[in-house]
Design a protein. Structure first.
Length: 128
């Protein structure tokens, strides 16, 4: 299965909130990382790491929502252009901004799940 097909199936499972289908497409040794500019950025490992990184990220927002705008293949990687919105849980401040994921596929599963706030950074990572 192509990297783009894996990414499409994973995104579709995400939108359905189908966790078993999602994790079936995520490598058991996956490495996840939030935005590089964050002060406390670190690697998260395995399926538990994906759960933790997403909880850490999404957990800071009320009414959080994310929509896929575009998916572009780059060999074994796929860049997902997304748009997220929500309100800060503690501040109540509204947030609406684009974000990019890079999903690198190995053995037919997403083995890296990286987040970027810049399209240029995401494309450079996927191309490298």
């Amino acid at each position: 299965m192509s990297s783009e097909a894996v990414a499409r199936q994973l995104w579709d499972a995400w939108e359905r909130a189908d966790l078993p289908a999602m994790f079936a497409l995520i490598h058991p040794e996956v490495v996840s990382r939030q935005f590089p500019e964050q002060i406390d950025v670190r690697d998260y490992h395995g399926h538990d790491g994906v759960t933790e990184v997403m909880s850490d990220w999404i957990g800071t927002w009320d009414d959080w929502k994310i929509d896929l705008r575009e998916m572009r293949p780059f060999g074994d990687a796929v860049v997902l252009e997304l748009f997220q919105s929500g309100r800060g849980k503690s501040s109540g401040a509204a947030m609406a901004q684009p974000v990019w994921f890079v999903w690198r596929v190995r053995d037919g599963k997403v083995a890296e799940w990286l987040m970027f706030s810049s399209e240029d950074e995401a494309v450079a990572e996927a191309s490298g």
